[in-house]
Design a protein around this ligand. Structure first.
Ligand code: AMP
Ligand code: GLY
Length: 414
């Protein structure tokens, strides 16, 4: 088969590496790809955000399967465009992508079908939103109702923080013109539950735990994710089973009842509260960095899982029981302003234990080229072993403009 992956980050590098092991894959293309994917597949230097370019490429190369990485492709309707030409896409349509792209859509669906989540109200007027917050008090959570690259959520611990967030989103319109969802503050450990989904079938992956804050101890701003590990010993298996049935399968069934067949990765960002697991958010794609720890654990053929789902067959997926723990090396300044172009050395010393997230080749040298630059991981029979290996790998990398968290996995180690 000819397969096309869309994207240029660590998730797409991890997906490409797994496709490379598939017995079905003949030619793997990545548009635009990164220096990591260029070593294992064929990078295509075209505008992956232009649906017509992608479609033309698929026709030219007889592409049999497309795997879009980021939600931006999905929100752009790439799936709808390719499906019209009968090209198999493992990603939801624009309509189904609303589980991620519109908090309002997701919340309404959960309310209608009794899927456990935080209580909420939607506002597009600053004064009314402020009045509501004065009434209900803090802590409270304010979420921009559109795509904001993981930065549209403010957990406001006091009134001033809440007011500032509302002002930025509804008056300054920092992310655009959409409304905000104001949500009840929930407490409990968070975990990510990703599933392969098609035709109403839901195949769960092992759970993982992301670290969204920039700094050790969960301080600093929210980011796209600074480190992750899987599995997560602090979450009881019964909570995971409950989440698979009463959240993930129920959501896919609810979408079907609304006339929407969800195809692709479905990501549940969940919280284990004292009232049971609840949805914090859904994403319509593989998580990043979740993909980078889960795919190294996947022992089954990724393409076979996807093909079987299309044929309405459930694969019995085999996962390694190893712990995998990975750390994101980010540019200093991320998630705000940062500079690119710093030289990276030492990757040759940590064979196959890293993915490129935001890098580029310049004059035969690897340089930083993004907020999140590299994902470096370790694996072992215990979390401690995986962690030790990950940080020992990081110590081999030289780059003067990278920072990273040193406490990944600690919540499950105490
Ligand atoms: P989201 O982008 O919706 O996943 O939110 C980013 C982060 O904000 C989550 O990982 C949580 O740590 C936090 N958060 C979001 N919603 C809530 C909530 N209702 N209660 C407490 N924390 C939340
Ligand atoms: N790991 C967070 C995300 O993919 O959104």
């Amino acid at each position: 088969m000819n397969i096309l992956v869309l994207g240029s980050g660590g998730r797409e590098h991890a997906i490409t590496a797994k496709l490379k092991e598939s017995k079905y894959a003949e030619n793997i293309f990545v548009m635009p790809g990164n220096p990591g994917t260029s070593k294992i597949a064929c990078n295509i230097d075209r505008d992956s955000f232009n649906n017509t370019e992608v479609l033309n490429f698929c026709v030219e190369k007889n592409i049999d399967l497309v795997i879009p990485g980021s939600e931006v492709y999905l929100e752009n309707g790439i799936t709808d465009v390719l499906l019209q030409k009968n090209i198999h896409v493992f990603g939801p349509t624009k309509e189904a992508t609303q589980v991620e792209s519109s908090k309002k859509f997701a919340k309404n669906l959960m309310e209608k079908y009794n899927i456990p989540t935080a209580k909420y109200e939607v506002f597009d007027n600053y004064d009314l939103a402020l009045k509501y917050i004065k009434k209900v008090g803090t802590p409270i959570v304010i979420k921009y109702d559109g795509l904001a690259g993981g930065k549209g959520v403010v957990v406001a611990m006091n009134f001033d923080e809440a007011k500032a967030a509302l002002f930025n989103m509804l008056v300054k319109k920092e992310f655009g013109n959409a409304s905000v969802v104001i949500e009840e503050y929930l407490e409990g450990p968070e975990f990510s539950l990703m599933c392969f989904v098609d035709n109403g079938l839901v195949l769960p992956m092992p759970i993982s735990q992301d670290h969204k804050r920039l700094l050790d101890g969960d301080f600093g701003p929210n980011t796209g994710g600074m480190g992750i590990y899987s599995p997560v010993p602090i979450i009881h298996p019964s909570v995971v089973e409950d989440s698979v049935v009463n959240i993930m399968q129920k959501t896919v069934d609810s979408l079907l009842r609304e006339g929407i067949n969800y195809t692709g990765f479905l990501y549940g960002g969940l919280m284990a509260t004292c009232d049971g697991p609840k949805v914090i958010e859904f994403n319509a794609r593989f998580g990043d960095p979740e993909a980078e720890v889960l795919l190294p654990k996947l022992e089954s053929d990724l393409v076979e899982i996807i093909l079987n789902l299309k044929a309405k067959i459930k694969t019995n997926i085999i996962w390694s029981s190893d712990y995998v723990l990975g750390v994101v090396l980010a540019s200093k300044g991320y998630p705000n302003d940062y500079q690119n172009g710093y030289c990276i050395k030492g990757l040759d010393l940590i064979k196959n234990s890293y993915f490129h997230m935001g890098t580029k080749m310049k004059d035969n040298e690897l340089i930083t080229n993004g907020g999140r630059v590299l994902f470096v991981y370790g694996r072992g029979h215990s979390l401690l072993e995986a962690k030790a290996e990950a940080y020992s790998n990081i110590n081999k990398i030289e780059c003067i403009n990278l920072l990273y968290r040193r406490d990944i996995g600690n919540k499950s180690l105490v």
